[in-house]
Structure formats: C-alpha cells, structure tokens
Ligand binder design. Structure first.
Ligand code: ZN
Ligand code: ZN
Length: 255
C-alpha cells in the first residue's frame, strides 16, 4: 500500500469505513433506535429506543464541521473539548506528521465541507480501529464520532458514577485544587496583556461558575466575531489552571 498520496489514502479509508459501517449498523440494528444522547464528561454515546432498548458506546470525538463557516476543527484543537474524548487522535496526528499529510496535523481548516469531515473521520477510524462512525447535527455544526467499543449497562453506570466525583485540577505550584479556572493562552503570571473575565471574580466568594479570563487580543477577536465561536476560541486556545494561579494571573494582568 502506498500512502504518500493523501487523496488516494483518503479514498481508501472512506471505502473501508463504508463497508465497516454497513456491517456495524446491521449488527446493532442501529436504525431501530429513535433516540441518542452523548455526554462528553462521561465519554459515552447512548442510543435508546421507544421500547426501552439501550446501547452504549465509548467514543472519540473526532471534530466538527461548521456549515455556517465551512470550517473544520479537530477536537484536539478545540480547547473546550475534554481531553479524554480526544484520546487516540494523537495517533492520527503522528501519522499525518510522518507522511506530510497536512489535513491531519492542522487543527483548524478553512474552506472545508461535510464530505471532508467524513473523510477525516474515516482516516481516524481506520488508524484507531474504530468499530463504527457517527455524525450528529448540533446547531450549525456537525460533530463526528468514532465508536471504539460497546459498553455494557454496568460499564456505563460506572463511568457516570466517576463523572459525578468532584472536579479538581492538579497544579504544579499549588497541588490539588477543587476550583477550576480557564484562561486564554496569552495570559501568564508575568505577562501584562490585559484581563477580561466572564464575571467579577473574588477569591473570598465561592463562584457559581468556573473562573474564565482572556487578554486584550482575545477580547478584540471576540468582539470581531460577535462572541465566542470556533474562530475566537481557536485564537484564545483556552487552558485550565488552578484558582490560585488564576488570581496571580489576574494581579499581573489587571490594570
Ligand atoms: Zn488571549
Ligand atoms: Zn496553581
């Protein structure tokens, strides 16, 4: 098999996945399920039928295609996607690097289409040995999934239970902290790049929501885009920090 040519490789993966998918849908009688639900915190996709049958799959979130902007974003590039549902895609990036296939290594694509979404999903599914693929509409987007294995009801319940454990962040400087904060990639403890936040944070008041902050440049981008969307979020590249770090960052960057 020659894999120097991205187009040829893509077509081959699409072909392989389409026959795999046919068998997958038949095996699970997927079309007989009227409803679906997925939860990124759990990392499980749930199909359920009106007559009370359930099917659970562990999945990888591949990425999303925006039909409004005709852009593609790999989930690993989307900083709001939990890392555990992008696991496996590092294999796809490594493969892209090894063969010089830019569509597999660049996180955000301008001028994409739905078909490319399927093609990238097919390539990823081939590389991670997925058992099936799926796509769902979400507002003006399509989100593409790879199912990696079926989960029993018990396995699914165990994952849900895990999710309900309290959240925390492991910080190199401050240890285990239970308040979580999100900051743009430009904000650091020694930078002076401005400080915007989603609500007025106060270390002495228990917040109702996670702290969120971004810099001047991100604020400009956010205003240009009319809010947070895939483009302004791609610019911000939000990272998770602990609450103590958050307030150090705030002190350094506030004017
Ligand atoms: Zn920023
Ligand atoms: Zn910290």
């Amino acid at each position: 098999m020659s894999i120097d040519d991205f187009e040829a490789y893509k077509d081959q993966c699409l072909e392989e996945i389409s026959s795999l998918q046919k068998a997958f849908i038949e095996l699970y009688d997927l079309n007989s399920y009227e409803n679906w639900f997925y939860d990124h915190d759990v990392g499980a996709f749930h199909f359920y039928s009106d007559d009370d049958r359930n099917l659970y799959f562990k999945y990888i979130d591949v990425g999303s295609f925006s039909s409004r902007r005709n852009t593609w974003m790999w989930s690993w590039f989307n900083k709001t996607t939990p890392r555990h549902v992008t696991k496996g895609l590092e294999k796809v990036r490594a493969f892209g690097n090894a063969h010089g296939f830019l569509p597999l290594t660049e996180g955000f694509h301008e001028q994409s289409d739905e078909y490319m979404g399927w093609a990238l999903t097919a390539i990823a599914a081939t590389l991670v040995s997925g058992i099936g693929v799926y796509r769902i509409p979400h507002e003006h987007q399509y989100i593409y999934f790879i199912f990696t294995n079926e989960l029993t009801q018990e396995e699914h319940e165990a994952l849900v239970e895990q999710k309900n454990q309290p959240r925390h962040v492991e910080c190199d400087s401050h240890g285990t902290r239970t308040r979580v904060a999100f900051v743009c990639q430009h904000l650091g403890k020694d930078t002076k790049v401005g400080f915007y936040e989603s609500f007025e944070s106060d270390p002495d008041i228990e917040p109702e929501d996670d702290y969120q902050a971004w810099c001047d440049a991100c604020e400009l981008e956010r205003q240009k885009e009319g809010g947070w969307n895939e483009k302004s979020e791609a610019f911000a590249q939000i990272c998770i920090v602990c609450d103590e770090c958050f307030f150090e960052i705030k002190r350094s960057n506030s004017r």
